[in-house]
Design a protein around this ligand. Structure first.
Ligand SMILES: Cc1cc2nc3c(=O)[nH]c(=O)nc-3n(C[C@H](O)[C@H](O)[C@H](O)COP(=O)(O)O)c2cc1C
Length: 185
């Protein structure tokens, strides 16, 4: 029997482009698996709206910046909570704390727990990814702040390094997982 193609929308926020790259990889993989998939920045989703009837599955991805999520993330979730809840859906966050195994779990990632406390939307599937520290591309203020956070959490403080903690094979496997969830409906 031929596999049924699903329409999957990935809405995301990205401040420095890393989450956008992860979303691009997820979308490519979803397409390879026979789905129709598109990515949409949350700002566009807020401005233009989402044509909900077009999509079988909605995935939402966002990084944590300075301990929280961008206001547009909560604005979108608040405005579209009912629509989201009616569809098969999933959500992932991207943080540097998730470079350690326990903080990469939903229970151990305090930012995911904060999201669940604050969000009226209950995503049906949750995932925590480790992100990237890209000192050379940060402005002076951000560089100093991240160095301070890293000092406290035993992370790298060398302002010349760029470390990608994302396991890209895991991102591929996650796309396969999302494809299976979409298929199940
Ligand atoms: C200014 C800044 C603040 C950040 N704050 C946090 C934080 O509070 N907790 C954390 O785990 N990661 C933090 N990160 C790490 C980001 O979540 C990580 O770099 C992610 O890959 C950024 O994704 P983006 O490029 O899509 O914005 C921060 C990164 C930056 C640049």
């Amino acid at each position: 029997m031929e596999k049924k193609l699903k329409n999957i929308l990935v809405i995301y926020y990205s401040r420095h482009g890393h989450t956008a790259r992860m979303v691009r990889r997820i979308v490519e993989k979803l397409k390879e698996l026979g789905n129709h998939a598109e990515m949409m920045p949350v700002a566009e989703a807020l401005r233009e709206g989402v044509d909900w009837d077009n999509w079988d599955f909605v995935l939402f991805g966002t990084p944590v910046v300075y301990g929280t999520y961008h206001p547009s993330v909560f604005e979108f979730v608040r405005n579209n909570c009912t629509r989201l809840d009616r569809k098969p859906n999933a959500m992932f966050n991207v943080t540097v704390v998730a470079r350690t195994p326990y903080k990469a779990t939903v229970e151990g990632n305090r930012y995911m727990q904060n999201f669940l406390k604050r969000s009226p939307w209950r995503p049906k599937d949750l995932k925590c990814f480790a992100g990237k520290i890209d000192y050379p591309n940060l402005n002076f203020f951000d560089k100093r702040c991240i160095q301070l956070i890293m000092k406290i959490t035993n992370g790298p403080t060398d302002p010349t390094v760029c470390i990608d903690y994302t396991d890209w094979d895991e991102v591929n496997r996650y796309a396969e997982h999302i494809s299976r969830l979409a298929e199940q409906g």
